[in-house]
Design a protein around this ligand. Structure first.
Ligand SMILES: Cc1ncc(COP(=O)(O)O)c(C=O)c1O
Length: 401
């Protein structure tokens, strides 16, 4: 029997709860159980034809070899053009690095900027991978708690108070996964005014930028040249273009950091898949605004249904494709199962488990997002599925005492 231990680094993290719930759900579906999957963070739309055709052409023309580590010039130029026209941000292609998904981009950033013990200010609820990636790089996530009372947004005062000499970076994710919160341009400017006074990197994860409902997305890098010189803008093709499986993400930022990330990437994964890069070139500029209207319609439906349920508090998300209801009042209640046995819902994790096994709805408990009173519903699925899920949820709640 092996007595050798795994590394300290790897023992400090746990697997992605969102991906493990998705795997469990898919296993139940494969068994023929009619589970409604509201756990997955991927759009139900198809990859744009332009992207698929560009990828097919890449294969046929044998564009299947190593590319430059930070991505092909054609793609980086396309990203520069996108950032200029859509975000009013001026970068050169050398200030862009393309990686195998934005998750990979974020990991490269933390590897490039964190020394052991460096603190990263992380507003909660947060996307599950941020604290784990920070820990993998031996940094320390310092959680800034937020709740429904501020629309899940950090205030400038809260940020100011949290900054210490050890603070290395601030993580901003707007629109947010899991809350759907979107900082208005004024709110971003107020946060930027605090950060301007300090030598702190800003990691700005803007992967849901196109999915906002009546609020303008504003990149913090636009605030000033000084702010831009400290900001790493993270984005990708997964959410905007329904290209989760292609694995293409990117970072725009100051040249020395981009070079450091490129050096790290050169020794780990090297270039992102050549075929996916061509697909990304094909996708640029094809975002379909109709998706926004469709998502907004679904969001409003889910919010309306949740409002009918007793004891639910739910902030109105203005972006991404998630709602994040607070169900603290359900915790401690007793659920009566179909066979009349009873079980106490002692946590949101138990709730998620019961919803999966007894109501056949797959959601993600808030625990992994740093929010143990909430759960996440992804509405990136059809109205038909959403209606089915909300009916099942309502039946489930009627069995809580
Ligand atoms: C906030 C946020 N950032 C980054 C990612 C990573 O996306 P990908 O690696 O598919 O580009 C996700 C995916 O769920 C996300 O929700």
């Amino acid at each position: 029997m092996m007595s050798l231990e795994l590394s300290r680094r790897i023992r400090a993290i746990s697997p992605s709860p969102t991906l493990s719930i998705d795997t469990k759900t898919k296993a139940l579906l494969a068994e023929g159980i009619d589970v409604v999957n509201l756990s997955v963070g991927e759009p139900d739309f198809n990859t744009p034809d332009q992207a698929s055709l560009a990828a097919i052409s890449a294969i046929i023309t044998n564009f299947t070899k190593y590319t430059p580590v930070p991505g092909i010039m054609e793609l980086r130029k396309g990203i520069v053009n996108k950032l200029r026209t859509e975000n009013e941000l001026a970068y050169t292609p050398e200030e862009i690095i393309v990686s195998s998904g934005a998750k990979h981009s974020l990991y490269n950033i933390f590897m490039a900027i964190l020394n052991p013990g460096d603190e990263v200010l992380l507003p909660a609820p947060y996307w599950v991978s941020y604290p784990e990636q920070i820990r993998l790089c031996e940094g320390v996530p310092v959680v800034l708690a937020t709740d429904e009372s501020t629309g899940f947004k950090v205030t400038p005062e809260q940020l100011e108070q949290a900054i210490t000499p050890k603070t290395r970076a601030f993580l901003l994710n707007s629109p947010s996964n899991p809350t759907g919160a979107v900082y208005t341009p004024e709110e971003i400017r107020a946060i930027a005014a605090v950060l301007e006074k300090h030598d702190i990197y800003v990691v700005s994860d803007e992967i849901y930028e196109q999915l906002t409902y009546g609020v303008e997305h504003y990149s913090i890098a636009r605030f000033s040249e000084n702010m831009k010189s400290k900001t790493l803008v993270v984005n990708g093709f997964s959410k905007t273009f329904a290209m989760t499986g292609w694995r293409v993400g990117y970072v725009a930022g100051p040249l020395p950091i981009i070079k450091a990330m490129t050096s790290f990437q050169s020794h780990t994964t090297a270039n992102p898949a050549s075929i996916s890069q061509k697909a990304a070139v094909g996708a640029l500029g094809t975002f379909d605004q109709e998706h926004v209207a469709e998502f907004q319609h679904r969001r409003d439906f889910v919010l309306g249904q949740l409002a009918e349920l007793p004891g639910v508090i739910c902030a109105k998300p203005e972006g991404a494709f998630y709602v994040f209801p607070n169900v603290r009042s359900w915790i401690g209640k007793t659920y009566t199962r179909a066979n009349q046995s009873t079980i106490v819902v002692d946590s949101v994790d138990t709730l998620a488990e019961l919803l999966l096994t007894d109501a056949n709805i797959s959601i993600v408990p808030g625990t992994g997002f740093g929010a143990p009173d909430n759960f996440r519903i992804s509405y990136a699925t059809s109205m038909e599925q959403l209606k089915k899920a909300m009916n099942r949820l309502s039946d489930f709640v009627s069995r809580l005492r």
